[in-house]
Every structure is written in structure tokens, then in C-alpha cells.
Design a protein. Structure first.
Length: 359
């Protein structure tokens, strides 16, 4: 939970700091960041009030040390669950907002499209320093957010996006935050670039047919939910990733600056990118949201151990023009190992790069 909150806060703060010429996006990002901060401050204050009451009761000899510790643990877990749930709610709101940004950009309507900066590493929202020279635009560091729909397939070579009977395509998503360094390969006129980065990836698989994860002896399997009224059941995997890509400009345009001929990277262009990525898993969870038979809302989370592979390796291909960049990712290594009684174990994604900030 702390990792998720810190990541979202850092991303939003960085994004609006780098986009001073885009007031609409700046305000939106500030609002999301403020909401997350408000959630944490408010719920922690409530938690501290309950803990103060416990301390007072203990000092009055109305609680034993063991009872006090047990109740403190229960209070901490309760507020961690509340914060997780509210932060997840803000994530859904952010995803809904990005859908509208995508629509505006693709259709060429609205103020969002007018603010797009056309550079070599485009996304739906692209911000760059327009004071840079044409030569400086041929290399750079950037921060990128991408969003995709994900699913599971039976093999490393399968590209059947909607072929899993265990997870729901369209409800299963992947969110990636990356820092990337891009450099031109060869001379200043070369239309080829290489790119290496470091990122965080969160994959969330929505389970189908009212199934939930059951963990036993480091094994997981899927069972029907029977403890109440199921609202959401999913598996969340989190990775630290290292992507390596090659970018090819298909319709290169050239310019001359200080008597040097070079690729003009300030123009819109067609691009195709191909690369690989590796990852190390740092957290996997089963997440179940339901109402019990007493009509109480429950958000249950359990870390998954022993059933998910620690390493990830895959390939990515993307096609872009101007501000639009569509990609397909395929995991060549299985996400789940032999301890997972799941038929489909290889990830596949299709999605868009949403935000690009060059610095």
C-alpha cells in the first residue's frame, strides 16, 4: 500500500511540475495528488484517535498488554484496508480521465489536442521543452506512463488476447511508469534510436465466473466464492522492469542547424519500435472485494507466495504517429509456476502510451 501511494504521488507531482504550459493537465494532476494526500492524512488522524483511546484504557488497567497489542494491530489493519480501497478508487478515476484524453487526441478535437508536443517519443499527452535546439531533440531523457489491457495465454507464442477462461480481457489492466534514456544510433541523420529505461509495472487480472484465489501450502487454485456477495476478485502482480527498445522513424524529415544536416525530430512522424524487457517481481496479491452475509463491506488482501515466478522476460512492438503510440507486449516467460493450478500462465497486453515528459 505504501509503495502504491508513494508511486502515485511522485508521478503526479513530477508530471505537473514538468508541464507548466498546460494548465488543464496541471490542475487535473494536482487534484489527484491532493486527493491521495487528503485520504492518507484523514484516515491516519482517525487511526491515531483510536490508538490514543486504547493507550488511555491500558493506562487505566482496563486492558492487558497482550489485549492492547492485539487491538492496535486490528486498528492498523482496518485503516490500511480503508486507505487501500480509497486509493484504488482514485486510480479508477484516473483511468476514466485518460480515456477521455485518448478520445480527444485521436479525434483531433478539444484543447488537449492543441497542446500535444510532437517529438520522437510521443504519447497521448507529450510535454517537451520547446526552447531546445533541433540537435538537442535528437537525444533526451523522459518519463512515460502507459496503460494497457492484459490477459493470459496458454503459451509464450500465443497472441489470443481474449482466449482465457479464467481472467477477463477488458477488465484486466496493466499500468507502467518508466524513466527512459533515448539516444540516436549513428550519425545525426540516422532515423534509428535506441532506448533503455527503468520502470514499475502493475498487472491486475480480473478473475472470471465469480472465482477467487485460494492459497494452500504455497499453491494457489481458483474456487467459487461462497462467503457472501462478490464484487471484485483479482490477482495483482508488481514488478521492477528494465526495457530496451529500438525506434525506427519510417518517414524521416531533415533540417540544417549551424551548417549541420540532421534528422528533424520536431516534426510528426511514423515510428515503429521493437524491444525486450526484463523484470523482477516484488509483490503479488490476491484481492477480493465483497459484502458478507451481514451486508458488511470487506476488502480482503493476501500476499501470494511460492506460486508466481520472480523473474519476467518479454518482447514489445509498437506503432506510432504523432501523439498516438499503440503497443503489444508479450511475456515469453510464464507469470505463474507449477504451484499455480491455472491453465493460462503467459501474459499479453495491448495498450497506449499516455504521458510523455521530456527533460
Amino acid at each position: 500500500m505504501k509503495t502504491k501511494v508513494a508511486l502515485l504521488s511522485a508521478v503526479l507531482a513530477f508530471s505537473y511540475a514538468k508541464s507548466q504550459e498546460t494548465p488543464y493537465t496541471d490542475v487535473q494532476m494536482r487534484n489527484y495528488s491532493k486527493k491521495i494526500d487528503s485520504i492518507i492524512v484523514s484516515e491516519k488522524a482517525k487511526m491515531n484517535d483510536e490508538l490514543d483511546v486504547l493507550d488511555k484504557t491500558f493506562k487505566e488497567n482496563k486492558l492487558s498488554a497482550e489485549e492492547k497489542q492485539k487491538q492496535r494491530t486490528e486498528v492498523a489493519k482496518k485503516y490500511e484496508q480503508i486507505i487501500n480501497e480509497k486509493v484504488d478508487g482514485q486510480k479508477v478515476a484516473l483511468e476514466e480521465a485518460t480515456k477521455e484524453l485518448v478520445k480527444s487526441s485521436v479525434m483531433g478535437k478539444g484543447k488537449v489536442f492543441d497542446r500535444v508536443g510532437f517529438t520522437q517519443n510521443n504519447a497521448i499527452l507529450s510535454f517537451r521543452d520547446y526552447k531546445k535546439t533541433k540537435k538537442e531533440l535528437l537525444k533526451g531523457d523522459d518519463f512515460n506512463i502507459s496503460f494497457g489491457f492484459t490477459n493470459l495465454t496458454k503459451s509464450a507464442g500465443s497472441l489470443a488476447l481474449g482466449n482465457s477462461s479464467e481472467t477477463m480481457f477488458g477488465r484486466s489492466t496493466s499500468l507502467v511508469f518508466e524513466y527512459r534514456a533515448t539516444r540516436q544510433l549513428g550519425k545525426l541523420t540516422s532515423p534509428v534510436f535506441y532506448r533503455i529505461g527503468l520502470g514499475l509495472r502493475n498487472d491486475t487480472y480480473k478473475l472470471a465466473d465469480s472465482k477467487v484465489v485460494v492459497q494452500q501450502d504455497r499453491q494457489i487454485f481458483l474456487e467459487d466464492f461462497t462467503a457472501g456477495y462478490l464484487r471484485n476478485s483479482r490477482i495483482a502482480n508488481n514488478y521492477i522492469t528494465v526495457p530496451v527498445d529500438f525506434v525506427f522513424v519510417l518517414n524521416p524529415k531533415y533540417t540544417t542547424e549551424n551548417n549541420e544536416k540532421m534528422l528533424d525530430n520536431s516534426k510528426g512522424n511514423f515510428r515503429i519500435s521493437a524491444g525486450i524487457y526484463g523484470g523482477i517481481r516484488y509483490l503479488s496479491q490476491s484481492q477480493i472485494l465483497y459484502k458478507n452475509f451481514e451486508d458488511h463491506k470487506v476488502n480482503y488482501r493476501e500476499n501470494i507466495n511460492g506460486s508466481v515466478n520472480n523473474f519476467l522476460f518479454g518482447g514489445k512492438v509498437s506503432l506510432g504517429y504523432g501523439a498516438l503510440n499503440v503497443f503489444i507486449k508479450k511475456d515469453f516467460t510464464p507469470i505463474f509456476n507449477e504451484n499455480a493450478k491455472i491453465n493460462n500462465k503467459y501474459g499479453i497486453q495491448i495498450g497506449l502510451e499516455l504521458l510523455y515528459v521530456n527533460f
